[in-house]
Design a binder for this molecule. Sequence first.
Ligand code: GAP
Length: 457
Amino acid sequence: MDKIVSLCKRRGFVFSGSEIYGGFVGSFDYGPYGVELANNIKAAWWQAMVHREPNIVGLDSAIVTHPKVWEASGHVGGFSDPLVECKACNTRSRADHLLEEVEVFADEKMSVEEINAVFDSVREKISCPKCGEKKFGPVTKFNLLVKTNLGNFKDDWSADPAYLRGETCQGIYINFKNVLDSTRVKVPFGIAQIGKAFRNEIAPRQYIFRKREFEQMEMQMFVAPADEMKLYTLWKEKRMQYYLDLGFKPENVRWHEHENLVFYAKAAFDIEYNFPFGFKELEGVHARGDYDLTQHQTFSGVSMEYLDPYTNEKYLPHVVETSVGVDRTFLAVMTEFYDEDELGGEKRVVLRFPKKLAPIKVAVFPLLKNRPELVEKAKEVFALLSEHLRAEFDDNGNVGKRYRRQDEIGTPHCVTIDFDTLGEENPMLKDTVTVRDRDTGEQTRVPITELITYLQQ
Ligand code: GAP
């Protein structure tokens, strides 16, 4: 983990949020290569879930909605984590996380009384992560929804707040009818959305794994009740295959079944990834029954029923959900493709990203920075490539150093413009360049006219 965190900072992938002000807990900023990687992660997901699925469409709904959305969803009443405060240093911790450390597992659906009973039974074994004391107060429930005064101009707005969305899928449910009425979709169909979500996490931790402001990629498939479990099984398989197709090793991903289901759910499994701190949830795949549409129908008074055009049957569609965080995928991708090896007798760090995820697809170097004819030709090649691929021009330091830098950000190819490119020594090589492969270090001479095809293979 330390190596990944340090690489992310050193090479401009991830910075601590508000760093010059001493940081802001649970907040991180994506730097120049981080934003490219995050965008590629989102593009890969969007391509798999929207562009390649004939019956899934996209959506970008508002972050702040009518507050009733969050009453209907159950978040205002029940979206909370168990909080416990250290009486010695006032540090607030998640009671279930402290319990996990002494190998006692608390369920998120436990009542305050139940979790207090569990906590009390092992209280003497649990120490405050900050000061080490064992002086905890009682466990209370802390609501994770983030309140905002958007559109509320009263001085005391907190009794009547709006909320920053705690998950993106509520925007999907409330647009179910709009999408149905404005497009060609028919049940079963899905709506996919990528966007920011906010949770007042009591103890954000494990770097970008648990943040307060994070991004989700969610797809809700609206299905006929009788088809729910069939489509659930199909989407479980598809989502696991997605990670294998991205290049994740099979031993690094596994299923985890939720032990206690919420009353409306038919099934819930997580895809867990083998993060540097062990297997943890990356994505959830859930069969949610008709709970969500029922709730919004009840609270809004608007019918969410679907009239099947083939059978004339009217029903409330059930929902199969897939939900994954961009930030967690980012951390999984960094973990999966981080490598250290030796090339040409030199140790190096290399990110073996698949091409579609690599922040930079090709780096273009003039062999020497102080030879204008090389620099000019390299800029020409950069201009040509950058029309088709995310390219970077680099003339800093010697070529060996530039290779190391590009290896560390996972660039699959480096192109060097040398004197042969200018045809100075061997006219046969005029207008050819050296292409160096990140993984093998092999160098190939390629005519500039064939470069784009070569790099896109
Ligand atoms: N709509 C279902 C839902 O939101 P969730 O398990 O609470 O379910 C789904 O969240 C995914 O969102 C998780 O699997 C994880 O990848 C991501 N996620 C949740 N909370 C997060 C946090 N605090 N920081 C980063 N990612 C988070």
